[in-house]
Design a protein around this ligand. Structure first.
Ligand SMILES: *Cc1c(COP(=O)(O)O)cnc(C)c1O
Length: 397
C-alpha cells in the first residue's frame, strides 16, 4: 500500500499549482529540436531552444556520435576514476582547455552537475559565497551543498557587491570568500559586469566563479563571456555547458591545472556518477573543432538575433535591454503574457512565456531564442505572426 501522507501531499500541492495556473504541461516534440519543430502534427517556427548554433542537428556531430558509438559502444561503463575514462574524455578536456585558453578543463555529465561538483569541492562551512540574486538554480543548489554562508547581492549591482565583500572580509569570520555569477543572465540576456567583479575580487581576495552556460558559443567569438572581456587569466572557475550552444549534453570547468587536479579527486559527480557516453563525447569534440576552426555559425547567430530584434522593435514591442541573442518580448501582465504565447503557438510560432515567480511580477515576457539555423524566411514568418497576434490583442498599434 502506498503512503497516505504522500498521497495527500501530492494531491493538495498539484491542485494548488493547477489553480494558480503554475502547473506546467510539457509538449513532446515529434521532430528534432531544430529551427522548425513538430508538435501535435503541426510545424512551428522554434524560438525556444538553447541550440544557439544549430549544432544539435548538425550532420557532422551526428556522424561523430555514430563513429563514437561504433568505436566505444553506448556507455562509458563506470565512473571516471574507476575505468570510465576513455581516451576521448581526455581529448575533449584538452580541446575545451585550448578553446577556453586555460591550463586545463574537466568534463561533467551536465552543466547542472558542474555546479553540484565544483562549488562544494572547494568551499565549506567556514567559507562565504557572494551570489548574484538572479543566479541559475543549479548555482543556488551548488552553494547550498557547500554549507558555506550564502550572501546574495542585488542583481549586477557592483556597489552592493563591493559593500558585502568588504563586510564579509572585514568580519574575519570566513576562511575563503567566493563570488559567483552567471556570465549571461538567461531571462533578460544581460551580461555580468565581469571587469568590475574581477576588480572587487582582487581588492578583497575573492575566488571568482563564472557560470557561462549562455555565454559559451555566443560571446567572445564563441569562447564565452570571460574571453569577451579579455579576462581569461583573472577568473578562477569558468563553467560551461555542452548542452546549449554546443548542442549535445554535458558541462565543464576550465581553469588552472591545480584546480582541475583537485576537482578530479574531490568533486562528487566526477567520483560517483558514470561519465559522459562515447556518443556525447565524440559529438562534443566535433563541435569544439567546428567552433575553433570557424566563427561562421557564431556570426550567423548574431545576424539572426539582430534581425529578429530590429523586426520586433519596429513592430512596437518592448524587447528590454538584452546584450545577447536572448530576445525577451515584454508584455507585463501574467495572464496576457500566457495568452500571447498561446496565440503565437496557434499561428505557428513556438515561443514560451516566462512569468512570476521566474521573473518579477508585472514583467511577464515571451522569450525568443533565435539561432544560427534559422533562415530569414523563418524569421519573417515569425515576425508576421507577432504582428498579427500583437495587433489582435491590442499590444501594438
Ligand atoms: C542551463 C544552465 C545550466 C544547466 O546546464 P545543463 O547542461 O543543461 O545541465 C547551468 N547554469 C546555467 C547558468 C544555465 O543557464
Amino acid at each position: 500500500m502506498s503512503s497516505k501522507i504522500l498521497d495527500v501531499f501530492l494531491k493538495e500541492n498539484l491542485e494548488d499549482l493547477k489553480q494558480k495556473g503554475l502547473y506546467n504541461t510539457i509538449d513532446p516534440l515529434e521532430s528534432p529540436n531544430g529551427p522548425i519543430i513538430t508538435i501535435n502534427g503541426r510545424n512551428l517556427v522554434n524560438l525556444s531552444s538553447n541550440n544557439y548554433l544549430g549544432l544539435a542537428t548538425d550532420e557532422r556531430l551526428k556522424e561523430a556520435a555514430i563513429a563514437g558509438v561504433k568505436k566505444y559502444g553506448t556507455g562509458a561503463g563506470a565512473v571516471r576514476t574507476i575505468n570510465g575514462t576513455l581516451k576521448i574524455h581526455l581529448e575533449l578536456e584538452e580541446k575545451l582547455a585550448a578553446f577556453k585558453k586555460t591550463e586545463a578543463a574537466i568534463a561533467y555529465q551536465s552543466g547542472f552537475n558542474c555546479n553540484m561538483a565544483a562549488i562544494s569541492a572547494v568551499m565549506d562551512k567556514n567559507d562565504a559565497i557572494l551570489s548574484d540574486e538572479l543566479n541559475h538554480a543549479s548555482i543556488i543548489d551548488g552553494c547550498r551543498l557547500s554549507r558555506s554562508k550564502i550572501i546574495r547581492f542585488n542583481h549586477s549591482d557592483m556597489e552592493d557587491l563591493r559593500a558585502r565583500a568588504k563586510e564579509a572580509k572585514e568580519s574575519g569570520q570566513f576562511n575563503k570568500i567566493m563570488v559567483i555569477t552567471d556570465g549571461v543572465f538567461s531571462m533578460d540576456g544581460d551580461i555580468a559586469k565581469l571587469p568590475e567583479i574581477v576588480e572587487i575580487a582582487e581588492e578583497f581576495d575573492l575566488i571568482t566563479y563564472v557560470d557561462d552556460a549562455h555565454g559559451s558559443g555566443v560571446l567572445g567569438d564563441g569562447a564565452g563571456t570571460v574571453k569577451h572581456f579579455g579576462l581569461s587569466d583573472r577568473i578562477d572557475f569558468q563553467i560551461g555547458t555542452l548542452s546549449k550552444a554546443i548542442g549535445v549534453v554535458g558541462g565543464y570547468v576550465a581553469g588552472k591545472q591545480s584546480l582541475i587536479d583537485w576537482l578530479k579527486v574531490r568533486s562528487r559527480p566526477f567520483l560517483f556518477s558514470t561519465s559522459l557516453t562515447p556518443a556525447d563525447v565524440a559529438a562534443c569534440i566535433k563541435a569544439i573543432e567546428i567552433l575553433t576552426e570557424s566563427t561562421e555559425l557564431n556570426k550567423k547567430l548574431w545576424e539572426n538575433a539582430d534581425y529578429l530584434k530590429v523586426g520586433l522593435k519596429k513592430l512596437g514591442f518592448n524587447i528590454g535591454h538584452s546584450e545577447t541573442p536572448i530576445t525577451p518580448c515584454i508584455i507585463g501582465d501574467e495572464v496576457k503574457t500566457q495568452e500571447f504565447s498561446k496565440r503565437l503557438n496557434d499561428e505557428g510560432v513556438y515561443a514560451k512565456s516566462i512569468v512570476f515567480p521566474t521573473v518579477p511580477k508585472g514583467t511577464g515576457r515571451v522569450r525568443n531564442m533565435p539561432s544560427a539555423a534559422h533562415t530569414t524566411e523563418m524569421l519573417d514568418r515569425a515576425l508576421a505572426v507577432y504582428e498579427k497576434v500583437g495587433k489582435e490583442m491590442g499590444l501594438i498599434g
